[in-house]
Ligand binder design. Sequence first.
Ligand code: AMP
Length: 190
Amino acid sequence: MKNIVLFGPPGAGKGTQAEVLKTKYNLVHISTGDVFRFNIKNATELGVLAKSYIDKGHLVPDEVTIKMLNAEVEKNPEANGFIFDGFPRTSAQAEALDTLLESKSTNVSGMVALEVDDEILVERLLERGKTSGRADDADESVIRNRIKVYYAETAILKDYYKQDDKFFGIDGVGSIDEITDRISSVMNSL
Ligand code: AMP
């Protein structure tokens, strides 16, 4: 099984690349942000809870997020592997993912991190906000808060995966095809 953690700050292009890579490598793509947004749209109990955090650019609590991710993985018993997009975002989530994959006799193959300059991220997200309908993309202060949360709470995960030589930084600036090629050369080596 190939299990990839697609990493990077908001606006780095994780969702775009995941869409291409899931077909190319026959993997199941799980975006925790997409699952939350689906639940918000359908006004589920999870959606109502998640919305209160997401709209402010805060992280949804670990307990809720981990339970949801486990359920998404369990829905795909035949998967050839997974692309985790937007998960893990905290050490507790990274540990929970290891435990879950271990129970399936597999592990994280590698973390692929898209690296993009902050000001380019803000520009990209404001542009996306014009059409995405996402409240968290429409407001520059929420965008900057999400980037801040990434550095404060999420970026430490680089070290978590570096310990096992599983961290791969990728230049996230360029055309979609160029970036897919860069990621593919890492994925082919895993
Ligand atoms: P994303 O689509 O990955 O940018 O996620 C949008 C928002 O959903 C984030 O700003 C968080 O509020 C929430 N979210 C998504 N994934 C996670 C996660 N792994 N842990 C906590 N909150 C998350």
